[in-house]
Design a protein around this ligand. Structure first.
Ligand SMILES: Cc1cc2nc3c(=O)[nH]c(=O)nc-3n(C[C@H](O)[C@H](O)[C@H](O)COP(=O)(O)OP(=O)(O)OC[C@H]3O[C@@H](n4cnc5c(N)ncnc54)[C@H](O)[C@@H]3O)c2cc1C
Length: 447
């Protein structure tokens, strides 16, 4: 990939590769020019609330794609309720969708590039955004639990190629195991003679379920151990025994495919157990002895992804805020712009304040996650909880500001509101996030 430190004002669709981040360098140039002594700060990252030039370049590049390609296609794919393959192909072509770009976004040591990219893309449209970013949940599942060899083998397959992009799916939820992941019933049994795992069960609400090239499936290998007996498996393309169930018709995120997945004597090679058998056996032995496990298969994935999911909610909220701010300046009633009424202007002030507050939580958690800081007070959950609730609240306010127009499909804010609602439900409902935070801060088993 070519490195670029030039700002990109042109829409992303016109440019071939994402600018590569060398975070902090531009900031340091400014500081040096101002005569600041940087001799100490090279060893320790200085605190900064500003984005580096590279982060701003990537933000503008993704924004160009969101504005020029995603936003104009949003209403159509929402109505069609189909995966927007042409848009995914376009994203792959410019290097926004693919293994290299995700790795590059993740490489930013501040952790901010990934949430910035997600916010911009979801500002364009959340349904299409999820069609593009849903794969990253499967990638996170492999990243959180896999060996370096497994990452090298499977993560690129989640994306396919720029010419022929594919998607990945992460399947943990089941009809009777949503918030209570520990009760999942999908079982994986090891067939030692064949060195194969045999997986049986039903997964529910899987993003890209059944249409993915790679499914990452969480299953129980020892039901007596609850979630400590869970393990993650990769299921490659065209594996017999994996079948898509009903495709689900949804309230929002309708351009993103959601479906049940059936696993019926689905056999995968022993090497498809993420982390490998030796590590699993050691973990199970510790669990049987009652030693506390460091993390569980599904939870390890969610810890990595929650701030990014929060950033997606922020993108929707910002879209609604900006749209309603413009509308309030243009719409006139009683001989004046409606924004001249304090009730409207103050609502917009609160919307902006809540958005910015949520972003700070998302960025903090992203920085912590990237720099291996433990989420001692469940900061990852905090960020997703706050951003999700802000998105629902801000988009509802936006409908109110647009009045009757806000309630119609002629205007995008009703779609923003429908899309926002899922952010208080998936990747842990708001109630479950509060539970996680309450347990973290109290050290007690709050129920
Ligand atoms: C569009 C969409 C995409 C999704 N994508 C995926 C995916 O890719 N992969 C995947 O594995 N799953 C996915 N899911 C599933 C999603 O993660 C679950 O729906 C979610 O975890 C909630 O589970 P549930 O729906 O079974 O709700 P339930 O667990 O039945 O909860 C119902 C209500 O009870 C509350 N509740 C439950 N337990 C408690 C408690 N202890 N204390 C307080 N309140 C409680 C909940 O907060 C909620 O309000 C997706 C869902 C949707 C709708």
């Amino acid at each position: 990939m070519e490195a670029s430190t030039e700002p990109t004002d042109a829409p992303a669709a016109a440019s071939g590769t994402p600018p590569s981040p060398t975070p902090g360098e531009a900031d340091r140039d400014v500081a040096r020019a101002a005569g600041v002594d940087l001799s100490v700060s090279d060893a320790e990252t200085p605190f900064s609330m500003g984005l580096s030039q590279d982060q701003r370049d990537i933000r503008d590049w993704v924004h160009g794609f969101a504005e020029g390609v995603v936003r104009p296609a949003a209403a159509e794919w929402d109505e069609r309720e189909e995966t927007p393959w042409p848009v995914i192909q376009e994203a792959a072509k410019i290097g926004l969708y693919g293994f290299e770009s995700l790795a590059q976004f993740y490489a930013d040591p501040t952790g901010l590039t990934l949430p910035i990219v997600n916010e911009e893309l979801f500002w364009g449209d959340a349904g299409i955004g999820m069609a593009i970013m849903g794969t990253s949940l499967a990638v996170a599942g492999i990243f959180a639990n896999g060996t370096p060899e497994q990452m090298g083998e499977w993560i690129p397959q989640c994306f396919g190629s720029a010419e022929d992009p594919k998607v990945g799916a992460f399947c943990v939820s089941e009809p009777d195991a949503g918030s209570d992941v520990s009760s999942l019933r999908t079982r994986a049994r090891y067939d030692e003679a064949a060195d194969e795992w045999v997986i049986n069960g039903q997964k529910a609400w899987a993003t890209n379920g059944g249409i993915a090239n790679v499914h990452v499936v969480v299953a129980s290998v020892d039901k007596d151990l609850g979630s400590r007996g869970h393990a993650s498996f990769v299921i490659g393309p065209d594996t017999p025994g994996l079948q898509m169930g009903t495709k689900i018709k949804k309230h929002g995120l309708r351009a993103s495919h959601t479906a049940d997945v059936f696993l019926d004597d689905c056999r995968v090679p022993g090497s498809c157990l993420l982390g490998g058998k030796e590590r699993l056996d050691a973990r199970l032995a510790r669990a049987r002895e009652g030693t506390r496990a460091r993390s569980q298969a599904a939870m390890a994935t969610f810890e990595v992804t929650r701030p990014t999911v929060g950033a997606q909610a922020l993108g929707i909220a910002r879209a609604a805020y900006e749209y309603s701010l413009d509308y309030a300046k243009q719409r006139s009633q009683f001989g004046r712009a409606i924004i001249e009424n304090q009730s409207i202007a103050f609502a917009l002030a609160d919307m902006k304040m809540e958005l910015d507050a949520a972003r700070l939580l998302v960025w903090r958690a992203s920085w912590m996650g990237r720099n291996n800081q433990p989420f001692a007070a469940a900061e990852g959950s905090m960020s997703k909880l706050k951003a999700g609730e802000v998105a629902v609240w801000v988009t509802e306010r936006a409908i109110q500001i647009l009045g009757g127009n806000g309630y119609t499909r002629e205007f995008p804010v009703e779609r923003f509101h429908r899309d926002a609602k899922i952010y208080t439900i998936f990747e842990g409902t708001s109630e479950i996030q509060r539970l996680v935070i309450a347990r973290a801060i109290s050290g007690m088993q709050i129920r």
